[in-house]
Design a protein around this ligand. Structure first.
Ligand SMILES: Nc1ncnc2c1ncn2[C@@H]1O[C@H](COP(=O)(O)OP(=O)(O)O)[C@@H](O)[C@H]1O
Ligand SMILES: [Mg+2]
Length: 119
């Protein structure tokens, strides 16, 4: 089995607009292997949050849509998942810590107790 957990290939995400669509993410590709940590750095508005929310399918659609590209998680194309399947993936397999960590994390719980063990 491949040890690639997440593969994002040529991802383009746009927002439908009245006059014309806004292309927020234009051709992002990266790969994440088991045990790796990846930081995505860029100026404000460069599309980091839209990329992350697209993976989690947490962008309102409409107006957002994946114009091009593929998101594969553990070899499975996430765009083919139903919303119910995505809810299960979001609950058990992929977590998101939002920008204000005090609303996402409980400071009294240590991380090793909170995060599921990767076997
Ligand atoms: N719901 C939305 N509708 C229209 N444009 C959006 C929406 N969310 C984000 N954008 C635009 O997409 C671009 C990328 O935003 P974002 O991913 O939040 O940037 P970053 O997280 O890198 O600061 C920005 O130009 C932003 O204005
Ligand atoms: Mg952001």
């Amino acid at each position: 089995m491949s040890d690639t957990i997440l593969r994002v290939s040529d991802l383009h995400v746009s927002f439908a607009g009245r006059e014309k669509d806004f292309d927020a993410v234009r051709g992002v590709s990266f790969e994440l292997k088991r045990g790796e940590t990846l930081g995505i750095v860029g100026e404000s508005g460069s599309g980091k949050s839209v990329t992350a929310r697209s993976i989690m399918r947490l962008l309102p659609s409409p107006p957002s849509y994946i114009k091009q590209g593929k998101i594969e998680f553990q070899g499975q194309d996430l765009s083919l998942k139903t919303e119910k399947e995505m809810e299960s993936i979001r609950g058990k397999e992929i977590g998101m810590i939002f920008q204000d960590p005090m609303t996402s994390l409980n400071p009294t719980i240590r991380s090793e107790n909170k995060l599921p063990k990767v076997s």
